[in-house]
Design a protein around this ligand. Structure first.
Ligand code: NAP
Ligand code: ZN
Ligand code: ZN
Length: 352
């Protein structure tokens, strides 16, 4: 069956320009491809960093969006995992070399030849730009498509494809679970998912937010302790307390203050991606054998594991659904920290 691949989207024409209507053409689905009717797309702070070209690697015009949730329309002849009508998701990756040590281990995000980003990248031919989920449909190879458990609503599930997996992966890798004292720094899109997931894994969860404004929400999501980092007493009181800190701060901050909160052999994992360098004081690591690490989203097998875990525990994101024409306002609000706790675009508003 021939399908209409002309696709409505929203794009930034240049760095720092407001997003506006844009049209693109998706590729004709090949034998291994899945054509997805996009229903919702989450708004990640990485969309904002890249629209503003803060990481210095932006390609324009840019159609952001890597928290895609939708429904399968058609599948190629060789597709085995999906069928029309199924609820599916696409996260930050749409391809990788599929042949290096990382790809073979299911860590496509660390592909030695570089993964193909869902947007702001090029297909493996090196010249076809990729366009993300602020659009009505997408064509993706089945290896990079995830199954969304049917008990989860698609709007609340969309942010799991980035905010969910980005916090789930380091929590698992650094053995979050019963008996572990885990801190989540920053209660935005990533942070609020980190609270829910660490709590569901059985850890004791502490939130470190700039103020106490979101304390009641944080406790509802599963935190048993909540502290304001604007208060210097917090850093004295909590010194040497945590086994694991997941740090989601999107702007420059003093790493050393947070390293001091780790126990002996504790690890702070940076998932926030501020553009500036973050100087580290050596003694904060040497004394107490602390580690400072980073983590990038998650590979396809672990992303499916996370979605199944969320299905089992009924975990979705706390969201504010917006029509596409409110996206520029949503960016302004995200920058001010005025988001509870993830904006999700209703792609139906783009189809009208
Ligand atoms: P977000 O919703 O804007 O949340 C970021 C939170 O960081 C804010 O809610 C705020 O929390 C805190 N924060 C912001 N500015 C701060 C400052 N100047 N000082 C201290 N705290 C500050 O953003 P997000 O979507 O969760 O993304 C967070 C970061 O992770 C971004 O840099 C994004 O690019 C990055 N990211 C990385 C990966 C990865 O694979 N590693 C994946 C996705 C996103 P409080 O108000 O609670 O203090
Ligand atoms: Zn993201
Ligand atoms: Zn690879």
């Amino acid at each position: 069956m021939k399908v209409a691949l002309k696709t409505k989207a929203y794009a930034a024409a240049k760095a720092n320009q407001p997003l506006g209507p844009f049209e693109l053409v998706r590729r004709e689905p090949g034998p291994n491809d899945v054509l997805i009717d996009i229903k919702y797309c989450g708004v990640c702070h990485s969309d904002l960093h890249q629209v503003k070209d803060e990481w210095g690697n932006s390609i324009f015009p840019m159609v952001p969006g890597h928290e895609i949730a939708g429904v399968v329309v058609t599948t190629g002849d060789k597709v085995t995992k999906f069928k029309p009508g199924q609820h599916v998701g696409v996260g930050c990756l749409v391809d990788s070399c599929r042949d290096c040590a990382s790809c073979n281990d299911g860590f496509e995000q660390y592909c030695e030849k570089g993964f193909v980003g869902t947007y702001n990248g090029f297909e493996r031919d090196g010249k076809t730009p990729t366009y993300g989920g602020y659009s009505t449909q997408v064509v993706v190879d089945e290896r990079f498509v995830l199954s969304i458990p049917e008990n989860l609503p698609l709007d609340g599930a969309a942010p799991l494809l980035c905010a969910g997996i980005t916090t789930y992966s380091p929590l698992r890798h650094w053995n979050c679970g019963p008996g572990k004292n885990v801190a989540i720094v920053g209660m935005g899109g990533l942070g609020h998912m980190g609270i829910k997931l660490a709590h569901a894994m059985g850890a004791k969860v502490t939130v470190l937010s700039q103020s106490l404004k979101k304390e009641a929400d944080g406790r509802k999501l599963g935190a048993s302790e909540y502290y304001a980092t604007a208060d210097e007493e917090t850093f004295k009181k909590l010194a040497n307390s945590f086994d694991l800190i997941i740090n989601t701060i999107s702007a420059q901050f003093d790493v050393n203050k947070y390293l001091g909160l780790l126990k002996r052999d504790g690890t702070m994992v940076l998932v926030g991606a501020p553009p500036e360098a973050l100087p580290v004081q050596a003694f904060n690591l040497i004394f107490k054998r602390r580690a400072f690490a980073g983590s990038l989203i998650g590979g396809l097998p672990e992303t499916q594991e996370m979605l199944d875990f969320c299905g089992k525990h009924n975990i979705t994101s706390e969201i504010e659904v917006i029509p596409i024409d409110k996206i520029n306002e949503a960016y302004d609000r995200m920058l001010k920290g005025d988001v509870r706790y993830r904006f999700v675009i209703d792609i139906g508003s783009l189809k009208q």
